[in-house]
Design a protein around this ligand. Structure first.
Ligand code: ATP
Length: 307
């Protein structure tokens, strides 16, 4: 019995490790093989949540030395506010999240969360406080309940279903022949980009992180579905005071933000509320006019087709 109990407890601890690791974003993004593991300093303290403010201070970064993405990028996100990061395609919006999550190291400058430099704290404790709804949500080959439960492994079935309902994807799921037990992911049922993103919202609702990153999908959602999703996010995720950062392509989704940060050529070129930036008459205003004109053009074309 003694001989047997050792390997069993050993297996138990491996099982717990595997379960815990499933929560890691590296696994979620299948990044573990692509990036070297990040090692904490031996004496690194845990990250301590103090409201969820973020600060980039003179951050420089390049994926390849000959093509800098950020040069002395500085900005501050106040705790508990809803902010948006906008800018031309490829300007580095998603890279901000990758640096914050320490998938990559900056070449210069510092990043602080709650005034704690992110390289001086235990990475795991930092990542646990940051939830993300990625552009393209990875789903594991498993059923819908399991996929959402990755947000918080101890959640009850009831809690998982409540999160799915709050993310407004329950009606679609309940119509499937196998309902919540439907297999998704590789070799499973193909579900739409919009449904996947709503499952990611459900996952994050269960995780209930104090800091939230929402990487808006460029093409997964049509405008109506997106408006419905944003309404849900406002009613669920943002009901509670948390710092939320929307990486946005469609400016309509950011109009209500407390602060909009406009990036161009690796720098913050403008920041303020929607009204302030429109008055300023710079890049944001140009982008806004372009998008509104394009939308009106689409509406007119649709009218022509339908009439
Ligand atoms: P979009 O609005 O199109 O989603 P973005 O502003 O979020 O773009 P990023 O995804 O942050 O832009 O990428 C910034 C730049 O870095 C882009 O030019 C992109 O091609 C490049 N880039 C992104 N990831 C890598 C990588 N792993 N290796 C090399 N270059 C990369």
């Amino acid at each position: 019995i003694f001989q047997l109990s050792i390997p069993l407890s050993f297996l138990g601890s491996i099982y717990r490790d595997i379960k815990q690791n499933l929560l890691d974003m590296e696994v979620l993004y299948k990044l573990r093989d692509d990036y070297p593991p990040v090692k904490d300093a031996p004496d690194a303290p845990p990250y301590e949540f103090r409201g969820g403010s973020l600060r980039f201070e003179n951050v420089s970064f390049a994926y390849h030395p000959d093509r800098p993405i950020f040069r002395n990028l500085s900005f501050t996100v106040p705790a508990g506010k809803k902010i948006a990061i906008v800018g031309p395609s490829g300007c580095g919006k998603s890279t901000i999240f990758r640096l914050l999550y320490r998938f990559y190291e900056p070449n210069g400058g510092k990043i602080y969360v709650d005034e704690q430099e992110i390289h001086s704290v235990q990475l795991e404790t930092l990542r646990k406080s940051i939830g993300v709804v990625p552009q393209d949500t990875p789903l594991f080959h498993n059923d819908i309940m399991h996929n959402v439960r990755y947000g918080r492994l101890e959640a009850t079935d009831e809690e998982v279903k409540d999160a799915i309902k709050a993310a407004n994807v329950h009606e679609t799921i309940e119509r499937l022949p196998e309902g919540y037990s439907t297999q998704v992911g590789e070799r499973g049922l193909m579900i739409s980009g919009g449904e996947k993103q709503r499952l990611a919202v459900a996952r994050v609702l269960l995780q209930d992180p104090p800091i939230l990153f929402f990487d808006e999908a460029t093409s997964a959602l049509d405008a109506t579905t997106e408006a419905a999703l944003m309404k849900n996010i406002n009613a669920t995720l943002l009901q509670k005071s948390r710092t939320s950062i929307f990486i946005a392509h469609r400016l309509r989704t950011v109009v209500e933000s407390d602060l909009i940060i406009v990036l161009q050529d690796g720098k913050v070129v403008e920041q303020g509320t929607h009204d302030e930036l429109i008055k300023l008459g710079g890049l944001y205003q140009t982008m806004w006019v372009q998008q509104v004109t394009a939308e009106n053009f689409m509406d007119d074309s649709m009218d022509d087709i339908t009439n």
